[in-house]
Design a protein around this ligand. Structure first.
Ligand SMILES: Cc1cc2nc3c(=O)[nH]c(=O)nc-3n(C[C@H](O)[C@H](O)[C@H](O)COP(=O)(O)OP(=O)(O)OC[C@H]3O[C@@H](n4cnc5c(N)ncnc54)[C@H](O)[C@@H]3O)c2cc1C
Length: 510
């Protein structure tokens, strides 16, 4: 890996493929392209790889550093491409701690301890939740996660917000809050009235079914010992000097302007408003950073779609992309890490799993570390300290960031104590993941379309633009918004390029 020199002149590099972004998608694209015999340069804005996966540390009151996963961490059993990659890279995994009873806090603020997956709600609400989940799953089964816009009712399902769809179906607010948690605050991290039913169905279809999202033992199953960023760190180590850090791509030259679009009368220069012929084929690409100028035949744009507009495309992107990209935005969530001397909740027979639809902290899990990580530890051994992870989503996240630091901490710990009692108030270390403040992410967990955007623009998201191919978890089908989706998209983009090369050279792909 090269950390770029801070020189004024640009160093020239040439490769078959320039990959923009060294998150899991970009690194997988580079790894796959290399395995197909193509040369690559990966340009990464940050001074680290991994993007939204990030192995971190927090200092405790005990003076020791404790390991935290600032970004993405969990793997579910359906995420088979990530699972096989983790195995191939030789990274050990472990299961989330889930022994014991769970805690539910109802809309009146009453605390209930329960077993199994079903919230301890009134029988009527329980039946209503089951009915809503079954109905969502009937629709989910009709959705192709790779092309939700092709559903015969796509436009109609894209005009109604998830919240309004639930309210049309049910008059039980507790059932609505508890069902919406799994997609709104739990996944897209936007209020349920801001995205469509079609977007909600894509989220469910990408995980196999809505029922899979409801099942925390499924969706939050395993973690990588030492942290999920290790997947990217290991791929980057294999790629060596092909990865250049600290180099945001500022400009991407990608096509010849079409002279017929010039408008001399109004002083408009020629551009490519109508696109170019042969999307996906090789072209002349130049990626410019502050210190590098990379010449390539293909680009893989492996950054979240909300950041496409941070790059100056020369000529500008065709009009349909310029419009489409404005309808995609990041969600907002705070991942809360609280470290304790011991996992005290286990002494009370509790798993650490807590839910409360509509509350400040809506989900909590036991996130105690296992294995060797940045803070030490030994392979396979559990950290004696207990860690809780909680989530503060969308409007609550906005409210919390508006508070002074100590008030924010007190409010969040107070909300966590509603589930697990007064000992929750006294962590030895406390950390809030703040991906929205990160220039090269700007939100969490991922992006989604505004109302009506998916049916109108979704079909463009994976279609190459000239020699530019796209790869990111946020435009994935299976594994949408997850590391698995990033890996799948990176691999697919590189294979599409290799196939194109082979077709153009008249050879079969290897
Ligand atoms: C708090 C949090 C918790 C999450 N939890 C989970 C989880 O438990 N399980 C799970 O599977 N997923 C989870 N995710 C989502 C997961 O982390 C992402 O889906 C995944 O990291 C996406 O990978 P990517 O490569 O597509 O994009 P990213 O990881 O965002 O990588 C994109 C890279 O592009 C770089 N970049 C951006 N602009 C430029 C530019 N102009 N030039 C050069 N480089 C640029 C960025 O710096 C970044 O490194 C979570 C995310 C967050 C934020």
């Amino acid at each position: 890996m090269t950390t770029a020199p801070a020189t004024a002149g640009r160093e020239r590099r040439t490769s078959d493929v320039v990959v923009i972004g060294a998150g899991p998608a970009g690194l997988m694209a580079a790894r796959t392209a290399k395995a197909q015999g193509l040369s690559v340069t990966v340009l990464e804005a940050r001074r680290r790889v991994g993007g939204r996966t990030w192995n971190g540390l927090v200092e405790g009151a005990d003076g020791k550093d404790h390991f935290i996963e600032i970004g993405g961490q969990w793997i579910s059993p359906d995420q088979t491409r990530l699972i096989s990659l983790v195995e191939e890279l030789g990274l050990p995994t472990f299961s989330r701690f889930r022994d014991g009873r769970n805690v539910y806090v109802d809309p009146r603020g009453e605390r209930h301890v329960y077993d199994g997956l079903d919230f301890p709600v009134a029988e009527k609400t329980d039946r209503e939740m089951d009915r809503l989940i079954a109905k969502i799953d009937e629709l989910t089964a009709e959705i192709d996660a790779a092309a939700p816009w092709e559903h015969p009712r796509a436009a109609e399902l894209d005009t109604i917000s998830f919240r309004h769809w639930l309210e049309q179906e049910s008059d039980d607010p507790e059932a609505i809050d508890n069902v919406s948690i799994y997609i709104a605050s739990g996944m897209l991290t936007k209020p349920s009235h801001t995205f469509s039913m079609l977007q909600a169905l894509l989220m469910a279809a990408s995980a196999g079914s809505f029922r899979n999202l409801v099942d925390e033992d499924f969706i939050l199953d395993k973690r990588v010992e030492g942290g999920m960023q290790s997947v990217s760190l290991t791929m980057a180590a294999e790629l060596g000097d092909d990865v250049v850090l600290g180099q945001p791509v500022r400009t991407l030259r990608w096509a010849e302007p079409d002279p017929s679009t010039a408008d001399e009368k109004n002083g408009v220069a020629a551009d490519v408003r109508n696109g170019v012929a042969h999307d996906g084929a090789a072209g002349d690409v130049v990626a410019l950073t502050d210190d590098y100028e990379v010449h390539a035949r293909y680009a893989v744009l492996a950054v979240p779609p909300n950041l496409y507009s941070r790059i100056s495309f020369e000529p500008p992107m065709p009009r349909e992309q310029q419009i489409a990209h404005q309808h995609i935005s990041m969600g907002l969530v705070i991942k809360v890490h609280a470290v304790y001397e011991t996992p005290f909740w286990r002494e009370e027979g509790l798993s650490g799993t807590c839910f409360g639809g509509g509350r400040l902290v809506q989900e909590i899990y036991d996130n105690t570390n296992r294995g060797e990580n940045l803070a030490g530890g030994a392979p396979g051994e559990e950290d004696p300290h207990g860690t809780l992870v909680g989530f503060v989503s969308d409007v609550y996240a906005e409210q919390m960031w508006a508070l002074p630091e100590e008030e924010r901490k007190a409010a969040i710990l107070g909300a966590m104590a509603e589930y697990l009692g007064p000992r929750t108030l006294e962590p030895i270390a406390f950390f809030l993941s703040d991906m929205a403040a990160e220039e090269w992410t700007r939100g969490a967990y991922a992006t989604s379309y505004d109302l009506g955007g998916l049916s109108r623009w979704g079909h463009l998201q994976n279609r190459p633009t000239g020699p530019i191919h796209y790869a990111c978890s946020d435009i994935a089908a299976e594994g949408y918004q997850h590391v698995d989706g990033a890996i799948r998209m990176g691999e697919a983009a590189a294979l599409a390029i290799a196939e194109r090369e082979a077709t153009d050279a008249g050879q079969p792909t290897g």
